[in-house]
Ligand binder design. Sequence first.
Ligand code: GRE
Ligand code: ZN
Length: 345
Amino acid sequence: MNRRKAMVGAAAAAVGSLWHHLPGAHSPARAIALEEHFVTPATMDIAKGNVTVELLHRLAELSQRRLAAMDEAHIEVQVLSLAAPGFQNLDAPVAIPQAIACNNYLRRQIIDRNPARFAGWAALPTADPEAAARELERSVKDLGLAGALINGRTQGLFLDHARFDPILAAAADLDVPIYLHPNVPTKAIVDEYYSGLGPVVGKILSLGGLGWHQETALHALRLILAGVFDKYPTLKLIVGHLGEGLPFYHGRIREQFDSKATHLRHSPDTYFTRNLWVTTSGFCDDAAFDLALRVFGDTRIMFSVDYPFSDATVMRGWFDAAQITAAARRRIAHANAASLLKLAI
Ligand code: GRE
Ligand code: ZN
C-alpha cells in the first residue's frame, strides 16, 4: 500500500460510515494466486492440444498483459506452473532434460525478472520418480521454487503407486507442498467415459466440465486410503477447484470408510484437515465455497484463479463479495499461502 492510500484508509477508518464513499479508500486484501499457468517457448507443444490459439498466447505471455490482469484483480503474486499435462505424459528420457530446462527458465527468465510478482512450482519428470525427486530437491534448494505441481496420473498410475515414493519422500523431507492438478484423461478413459457426445461436449466433459475434477478427487482420496499420510505425516497436498468435489463427499467418505479403513491411523477425513489444503481456482461459486469452508475451515482455503483459463477480475469480484469475516478474507487471500509456501510477502 502506498502512503497516500494508507492515509486515506486511516482517515476512512476514523470516520467509519464514510468508508464506502471515499474513492480508492477500500483497498482489497492483496492476494497470492496459486494455480496460475504458463508455457515456455520450448513447452508450447505440450499444452497445444488442449487450448485455443488465444489461450496459448496468454499462457506464453509473462509481462504487461499478465501483470495488468494481476493489478486489476489486486493479485500481488502468481505462483506459476507449467500448463497441464506438464511433463506427466512424457517418457523419462524426453521429460528429464525438458523439466530441468523448464524449471531453470521459470526461475531465471520469469521470476528473476519480476521477483515481487512471480513465484513458481517445479514441473517434474514423474516417469522417472528418482529423477523427479532429484529435480524437486534442486528446484527448491537451488532455484527457490515453492514445491511441485503434478498433473494427476503418470502412465496411468496414481501417485500412491509404490514407484512414486521417492517424490513423496522428497516433498515431505523438503517440507514443500505438492499441488495436485488435474490431468487430461488417458485414451482408455476417453473411450469408455466420454465417447458418443460429439468432440466438443465430450472433450469438455472429460476436462473442466466434470471428468478431470472427479479423477483428481479420486486421486487425493486414494493417497489418503493408501496410507501415504501415515507414512509421511507432514506431507502437504494442495487440491484446486475448491477441493475437486471432496467437500461434498466428506460425510459419505466418513460413513463408508470410518469403520472399514482400519489400516489407517486415523479416520480418512482426519487427513482432510491435517494434510490437505484447497484453492478457489476456477470456482466463483458461493455454495461450493461455503461447503469447502465448513469442511476445511478458513485456514486451509487459498485464493487462486486458474489464469488464463479463468478471469482474474471476475474471480476477485466474487471473492470480495463473499460473506466471510475480514480475518478469513485475509487468510484466504494471502496469509495461508504465504505461510504454507514460505513466501516472504
Ligand atoms: C487448466 O484449467 O488448468 C487447463 C490447463 C491446460 C489445458 C486446459 C485447461 O492447465 O483447462
Ligand atoms: Zn489449472
